[in-house]
Write a protein that binds this ligand. Structure first.
Ligand code: URA
Length: 433
């Protein structure tokens, strides 16, 4: 078989055979197929799409490209959660201990941020001492004892996705439903949990900008997960404005703690309740409404926060750092971004704020770049809020004051004002089970 023929067939809109898909995934993972041919195939896939059979086959080949975790020792209540990526999305820090406090087993492998989106592993590394790498045995043992462990993706889990995602990121082929489906589901299938809850983001800060695209992506992922014998749910959540108020690693940890301590209501808490309820419902076989009542109770009575401290301590982190004012890294410069006009906040462009936070040091332009855990943005005004001239729209936190002008300009572009309040957008668009 020749790779050039596989590319030509997809370019001409034909469906690839399972043998052709396996030839590509195995050859590219081994390094026999060069990046330029893989990039040409990704672009052909982007334009021509894939049938359901092709997507299932691609997902399966990618899931089998490396190690697969055997979680059978953890029983039937294992549950994983995956977000399609967003700005200010610290939901894992909240829902993982929340679900664990209600009897779920949460073995979670998370990613780092890239571009305008954040990553859970970077956020956790803002906690002094926290280890994001554990051996498979230590990982499973911790989930057994504590109910939750969150680590970075182990070296050889779905290596085909690792290579392909990096390639897609620089060849403008990320936003393709079959490619995102195979990327996310191959990792989740290899990671082994019996139940999987997908948080599919919709809006300006998401890869899927319209509800129709997000629904198509969610349906494809749920179909594939069920086809592979997993219990699946997908929640379409809004990512037009950032989630919560904090963007940036240590700032987001502090915000997650505030939600777990019951000190913060609003969009972040509501999205977390919806996701955690689906996790608990799937893993423990409860009706979603009953699971939701238990989730709210675990937030209100402090058991979810107690579980967070137990989890952080189990992974070498200092749980007292979550409560001391100087416990988490803090930036030396805090610079206000001030409104020059007045009105209602009509929109807050999440992608622009994510880019501004990355400029301040919270994200990377390349995978290798070091990030500053203290850097980020606190957004004080959200869609629908009233603003007067001179009000502080957001505060920039940075140790690189030379980046502040560019970040401030992006923030001012991101927050649009209007004479009338905007029509409210739903926070939870749809739930698929
Ligand atoms: N998240 C992933 O893991 N893969 C994608 O392709 C997009 C978002």
């Amino acid at each position: 078989m020749r790779m050039v023929d596989v590319i030509a067939r997809k370019r001409d809109g034909e469906a690839l055979s399972p043998q052709e898909i396996a030839f590509f995934v195995e050859g590219y993972t081994r390094g026999d197929i060069p990046d330029y041919q893989a990039a040409a195939l990704c672009m052909a896939l982007f334009w021509r799409g894939m049938t359901d059979e092709e997507t299932v086959c691609l997902t399966d080949c990618m899931a089998r490209s490396g190690d697969r975790l055997d979680l059978s020792a953890l029983g039937d209540a294992t549950v994983d959660k995956h977000s399609t990526g967003g700005v200010g999305d610290k939901t894992t820090l909240i829902v993982a201990p929340l679900a664990a406090s209600l009897g779920c087993k949460v073995p979670k492998m998370s990613g780092r941020g890239l571009g305008h989106t954040g990553g859970t592993v970077d956020k956790l590394e803002a906690i002094p001492g926290y280890r994001t790498s554990l051996s498979p045995e230590a990982f499973i043992d911790q989930v057994n004892r504590v109910g939750v462990a969150v680590i970075g993706q182990t070296g050889n889990l779905a290596p085909a996705d690792k290579k392909l995602y990096a390639l897609r990121d620089v060849t403008a082929t990320v936003d393709s439903i079959p490619l995102i489906t195979a990327s996310i589901m191959s990792k989740k299938l290899a990671a082994g949990a019996r139940s999987i809850v997908l948080d599919v983001k919709v809006g300006s800060g998401a890869f899927m900008q319209t509800e129709q695209q997000a629904l198509a992506l969610a349906e494809a992922m749920v179909r594939i997960g069920k086809g592979c014998g997993r219990r699946m749910a997908a929640v379409l959540t809004d990512m037009d404005a950032p989630l919560g108020h904090a963007i940036g690693n240590a700032l987001e940890v502090a915000e997650a703690v505030a939600v777990l301590r019951g000190e913060m209501q609003g969009d972040l808490a509501e999205v977390c309740v919806a996701l955690a309820a689906q996790m608990v419902a799937l893993a423990r076989g409860l009706a979603p409404e009953q699971a939701q009542l238990q989730v709210r109770q675990a937030l209100a009575d402090g058991s979810a926060y107690a579980k967070m401290k137990e989890w952080i301590a189990a992974q070498g982190g200092d749980p007292t750092a979550l409560e001391r004012p100087d416990g988490l890294p803090a930036a030396t410069h805090r610079l206000p971004v001030v409104a020059s006009g007045e009105g209602y906040v009509a929109g807050v462009n999440a992608r622009q704020l994510g880019t501004a936070a990355a400029l301040l040091g919270a994200g990377r332009a390349t995978k290798e770049e070091a990030i500053d855990p203290a850097a980020g943005i606190i957004l004080h005004k959200k869609p629908g809020d009233r603003v007067a001239a001179g009000d502080v729209l957001c505060t920039l936190h940075t140790n690189r004051p030379q980046t502040a002008d560019a970040a401030r300009a992006l923030c001012l572009q991101a927050v649009t004002l209007a004479d009338e309040p905007p029509a409210p957008r739903p926070l939870i668009h749809t739930i698929l089970r």
